[in-house]
Design a protein. Structure first.
Length: 335
C-alpha cells in the first residue's frame, strides 16, 4: 500500500493566506516605523523596554514574511520604508500617549491575528500568526501591568449586579425609546465604554495628525475625523450619563507643537484608515450584535453609517495621492 507524502508546509497559498500575509506585512511595516520613532523619543525606561520588544517583533515579522513571499514567488509589498519616518524629529507625544499607542496596536493585533490563523492551512503561515498571537497576549499583559503601576490605565465601569436570575417577560426589554427603557445590561455597558475609550484616543490622534500634516486636504480630512469622533462621544455619553455610569478619561494625551512631522502623510493616513477605521468597524459591529435596546442599536447604526462615508473618503484620498497599494488579485481569465 503506497502512501502519498503531502508536504503541507510548502502547499500553494490560498487566497485567504495571501490576503492575510499581505495585510500582515503592511501592518508590521507601519508598526516598525512607529516604534522606531517611539523608541527614539521615549524617556521613560519601562515604556522604552516595551517599545523595544514591539519593535523587534515587527522586524522579525517582516523578515519571516519576506521569507514566505520568496518561497512562493509572491511580490513583496512596498509597505512603509525609512522614508516614512524621521527618527530624529523632536518629541511630539508624551510617554503616556505613546504607551496608549502601543496598547491600541496590541488590540488591533488581538482582533486580526486570530481571524487570520483560523483562515490558514499551510504550516509556516499558521506558525507565523500563532507566534504573533502569543506575543500580543504577552505584551498586552505587560502594558496593562505597566499602566496600572503608573496609574494611567482607563478602567471600565464597576456596577452593582442584581444577584437574582431574571427572565425577560415582555418585549419592553428591547425598548429604548419613549422613556420606557430598562437599565443597561453589562454587555451594553462594556461595549459602550470600550467604544468611548477608543474614541477618546482616536480624537487625540486626529488632533495630532491634523497638526503634523502640511497638506491642506489631509489637514481638513483629519479635522473632519476629529469632529466625527466628537459626535460619537456626545451620542454615547448621553446614554451613559442617563444611567449615571461614569467613564474614566486619560489626562495625559499630551502633544507638543513641532515644525517637522516624524511621520509621512502616507503613514498617518494609513494608520487612520486601518487602525482607527477597520478596527472601529469591528468594535461597533460587535456592540450592535450584543446590544438589545433599540435606542443603542439606532445610535450605533448611525455611527457606523457615518464612519463608512468618512473612511471611504480616506481610501479615495489615498488613491488620489498614489499611496494605495493594491492587494494581490486573481489573474483576469476573461476571454
Amino acid at each position: 500500500m503506497s502512501h502519498t507524502n503531502h508536504n503541507f508546509a510548502f502547499a500553494e497559498l490560498t487566497a485567504n493566506e495571501v490576503s492575510n500575509l499581505w495585510s500582515s506585512y503592511l501592518k508590521s511595516s507601519m508598526e516598525l516605523r512607529l516604534f522606531e520613532y517611539f523608541y527614539a523619543s521615549t524617556e521613560n525606561s519601562e515604556i522604552k523596554q516595551v517599545i523595544e520588544k514591539m519593535l523587534n517583533q515587527s522586524q522579525q515579522n517582516i523578515n519571516e514574511l519576506k521569507e514566505i513571499f520568496n518561497k512562493v514567488n509572491l511580490t513583496i509589498p512596498l509597505g512603509f520604508t525609512e522614508e516614512d519616518v524621521r527618527v530624529d524629529a523632536h518629541k511630539v507625544f508624551s510617554d503616556t500617549f505613546i504607551l496608549f499607542f502601543c496598547f491600541d496596536l496590541t488590540h488591533l493585533s488581538m482582533s486580526t491575528y486570530p481571524i487570520a490563523l483560523s483562515d490558514c492551512t499551510r504550516n509556516d503561515v499558521r506558525e507565523h500568526f500563532q507566534k504573533n498571537i502569543a506575543f500580543s497576549v504577552k505584551i498586552q499583559n505587560e502594558i496593562v501591568d505597566l499602566m496600572l503601576s503608573q496609574g494611567v490605565y482607563l478602567k471600565n465601569p464597576q456596577i452593582e449586579i442584581d444577584s437574582e436570575v431574571e427572565i425577560a417577560d415582555s418585549m419592553l426589554y428591547l425598548n429604548g425609546f419613549f422613556g420606557g427603557s430598562r437599565p443597561l445590561n453589562t454587555a451594553e455597558i462594556s461595549n459602550l465604554s470600550r467604544i468611548v475609550h477608543r474614541a477618546q484616543f482616536s480624537k487625540m490622534v486626529f488632533v495630532t495628525f491634523s497638526k503634523l500634516t502640511k497638506a491642506k486636504e489631509l489637514k481638513q480630512h483629519f479635522s473632519k475625523g476629529r469632529d466625527g469622533i466628537e459626535k460619537v462621544l456626545e451620542s454615547l455619553q448621553e446614554v451613559l450619563d442617563k444611567e449615571n455610569i461614569p467613564i474614566s478619561a486619560s489626562g495625559d494625551y499630551t502633544i507638543s507643537d513641532v515644525e517637522m512631522s516624524p511621520f509621512s502623510d502616507k503613514l498617518m493616513l494609513f494608520f487612520v484608515n486601518t487602525c482607527l477605521g477597520i478596527f472601529c468597524f469591528s468594535m461597533i459591529s460587535q456592540a450592535m450584535t450584543s446590544s438589545l435596546r433599540t435606542d443603542i442599536v439606532s445610535k450605533l447604526s448611525k455611527i457606523s453609517d457615518d464612519m463608512k462615508k468618512y473612511y471611504g473618503l480616506g481610501i479615495l484620498l489615498a488613491i488620489k495621492e498614489k499611496w494605495f497599494e493594491q492587494p494581490p488579485q486573481a489573474v483576469n481569465r476573461k476571454v
